[in-house]
Design a protein. Sequence first.
Length: 248
Amino acid sequence: MAFTKLFVAAVAVFALATSVAAAPVAKAWDESKFEPYDTYHARYIALKCQDKHNTKFFDTCCGPLAHGQALSTRPAECKPTTTSSTQDDDGEDCDDEGDEGATTLNPTTTTKAATTTTKKATTTTTKKTTTTTKPATTTKAASGATHTGHGTWYTQNGVAGACGKKHSDSDLIGAMNFHLYGNVDKVSSTCGKKVLITNTKNGKQVTITLADACPSCNGSGDIDLSLGAFKKLDALDTGLINIKWQYV
């Protein structure tokens, strides 16, 4: 029962958290109540929790540990096989000085180089008359279904996203929730797609490029945004906003 209450509380906080095989800590994560987000996020990926929703395993193993709780208090199936060490039973958090018993998990990033195909323009010349065909300039409107969910933000930290490329915090990019992204260990068909996002509260809009995956985004309409993209919609200290979006 205690774990159930803790897990419910964690999910409420977790909906505000962010991403990707590489998304960093969201502003709403409270480390005075839970274990460090990076430690929890890495274990979440190692246990493949994103593929085990609505299972007994997810309820038992996929929630965050309470502040000071040791991983050894959980069943053996909750301990990732890739952990380099196991947390001490004394329950002390790992800190910047490197306390013993820390669990370190490094998510695997798969990088694939994009293939670019360049075609030369065709010029047709007939009796001193040169006819050059240029592609028509069109403006794309938002297309497809409208999705609704939550928008949060994360920092890049010089790490390549799940789509395989590094970006700066000012780039207008985002991380798609794992429901629509698919396998977060592979490059998805969503990578590189453009999305028009609207803040439903103030009407502000931004068009982003999908460049990452967000395994900790619970809703199928949630998108984790770069600092630059989020600032186009609202102030960073807002933390979480309601959004609607379409592919463009």
